[in-house]
Ligand binder design. Structure first.
Ligand SMILES: [Ca+2]
Ligand SMILES: [Ca+2]
Ligand SMILES: [Ca+2]
Length: 300
């Protein structure tokens, strides 16, 4: 009787341990299978996105691009005359209702005004080798139209303010309303810009005259005209494309550039670079998307 009970107990224990083994095995199988299914689904999702991405380069063109305006960094130095109202910050934005007022020197019968400020061109997106010229623009208003007003820049070679080589050296005759006066430094611009982009720009009167003039300066800025490239991208896919790099390739050079461009589905996007130019002759542009797709454009 005792032997039979003992055998029965052993069989029950084996049965329980078999059940535990089976249950544990099932748990492991389910965990492994679900991970494989999930991983496979994620892979399929990425593959699906990659396949459906369809971005093209529809054009690339050499262009001439104007930079934004670079404005004065600190208060103007008034060499002749005086500052009577406002600050240099009022001259940093055009047509904003704020201006800085200067007055000719009170030394009758002659009145003079001469003020200059420091401007810094951002040379990281506008590399100096790509610059073809520099423009200076003044928006101002005078209390009389007796004399002309002049723009000059500091020539770092001759160490003097000058307008030598400017497209206009005859000054601007004011209307006593708000006037824009723009000069272009032509191919001579390089003498007026330091390697780090620093320029000094001066506004001054025509000369000794008998009328004490007040000058409101609403805006004074400099900008570069740079050569660059404009690319046109077209996203014909259903998903937004993220373009992460670009290659410019010709027979002698393969150059890679980082990009961070998003092109929405169905959209055409123009994208300008002024930190490099297209090589002469036949070239190929290749873009690479974050999903690993590429698009190629050939031009000359
Ligand atoms: Ca004068
Ligand atoms: Ca005057
Ligand atoms: Ca202003």
């Amino acid at each position: 009787m005792r032997i039979i009970t003992s055998l029965q107990l052993k069989r029950d224990r084996r049965g329980v341990s078999n059940i535990i083994v089976v249950v544990l095995s099932l748990v492991i199988i389910i965990a492994v299978t679900s991970n494989v299914v999930l991983w496979s689904y994620q892979m399929n999702q990425l593959d699906w996105e990659k396949i459906r991405e369809d971005v093209k380069i529809s054009n690339s063109t050499r262009i001439s691009a104007r930079s934004p305006w670079f404005v004065v960094q600190s208060e103007y130095t008034v060499n002749n005359g005086s500052r009577v109202n406002g600050t240099y910050e009022d001259t940093r934005v055009a047509d904003d209702g704020g201006w800085e007022t200067f007055q000719e020197e009170e030394n009758p019968p002659t009145y003079r005004l001469d003020a200059n400020g420091t401007f810094i061109i951002d040379v990281s997106p506008y590399l100096l080798w790509s610059v073809s010229t520099v423009e200076i623009q003044l928006r101002y208003r005078t209390s009389d139209a007796v004399e002309n007003w002049y723009l000059k820049a500091y020539n770092w070679t001759s160490n003097a303010f000058s307008d030598s080589g400017f497209n206009s050296t005859t000054g601007h005759t004011p209307t006593t309303e708000w006037d824009n006066y723009t000069v272009n430094l032509t191919g001579q611009w390089r003498s007026y810009v330091q390697d780090d982009g620093t320029m000094r720009v001066k506004v001054h009167d025509e000369g000794n005259d008998g009328v004490e003039t007040t000058v409101d300066i609403d805006f004074l800025g400099v900008r570069v005209v740079a050569s660059g490239v404009r690319f046109t991208f077209r996203n014909e896919g259903a998903l937004t494309s993220h373009l992460v790099s670009m290659w410019i390739v010709n027979s002698t050079n393969h150059q890679r550039y980082d990009t961070n461009i998003f092109v929405n589905s169905g959209r055409t996007l123009n994208y300008t670079r002024t930190d490099f130019s297209l090589p002469s002759g036949q070239y190929t542009v290749k873009i690479v998307t974050e999903r690993g797709n590429t698009a190629v454009y050939s031009g000359s």
